[in-house]
Write a new protein. Structure first.
Length: 219
């Protein structure tokens, strides 16, 4: 009996719903639309910009040191023994006026004569000269290098040297060469030369440059 009552009530409710144009959901409907994820990125932290400001350095005021008089400087005098040490005060120039000392006179003629003795002239009033026939002396003392003779090497070597104030020959050098073997032989012969007549300047012997060509020729 109760079941019948429930069935009658259910039918009445169904009829009432249809009369009102309503439709009962028979099955629970689910949304088929996919879920949308929204990803929000975290903003990167902003870096602080550090601006290097120029550093202003104030110049220091430099005060000059007071100069000491010459007489206040210490002069150390060492004996022969390295451990011995003496300390003395140097005298100023004004102290010489108070005493009876006399200033020594300086003669520049000595330095001028020494400078003139060491000076080498390119041109002199009287150029140096060989005592005798230089070509005959070279022909008798010159030795033709075997290597140059075998290879047919010949030519003129120009040698430059200094005729000292005493007539000796020094500082020989090759100005223009032909072959190393010929250049060495030319220097050897020049360095073996006897005493020359020195050049003269202002009536005195002087050091003068002299240039001599030496010819090597095969017969």
């Amino acid at each position: 009996m109760p079941r019948l009552i429930y069935l009658v009530l259910f039918c009445l409710m169904a009829l009432n719903v249809e009369a009102q144009g309503l439709r009962l959901p028979t099955r629970r409907q689910h949304s088929t639309a996919p879920a949308v994820r929204v990803t929000v990125k975290k903003p990167a932290p902003q870096r602080k910009v550090v601006v290097n400001r120029p550093r202003v350095v104030k110049p220091r005021s430099v005060q000059p040191r007071p100069s000491r008089p010459v007489s206040d400087y210490d002069v150390y005098v060492y004996d022969d023994c390295p451990t011995a040490k003496k300390k003395a005060k140097s005298k100023s120039r004004n102290s010489c006026e108070d005493s009876d000392c006399e200033e020594s006179e300086y003669d520049s003629s000595d330095d001028m004569s020494s400078e003139n003795a060491d000076k080498i002239y390119t041109i002199a009033e009287q150029m140096p000269s060989f005592k005798g026939n230089v070509n005959a002396w070279l022909a008798s003392h010159l030795q033709y290098p075997a290597v140059a003779a075998e290879n047919g090497i010949q030519g003129r070597v120009i040698v430059k040297f200094v005729v000292e104030s005493d007539g000796s020959v020094s500082q020989a050098q090759v100005v223009r060469g032909v072959d190393p073997s010929l250049d060495r032989e030319a220097l050897r012969v020049v360095n073996c030369m006897p005493i020359w007549n020195p050049g003269m300047n202002h009536g005195k012997p002087a050091n003068v440059w002299f240039t001599l060509p030496i010819t090597f020729k095969l017969q």
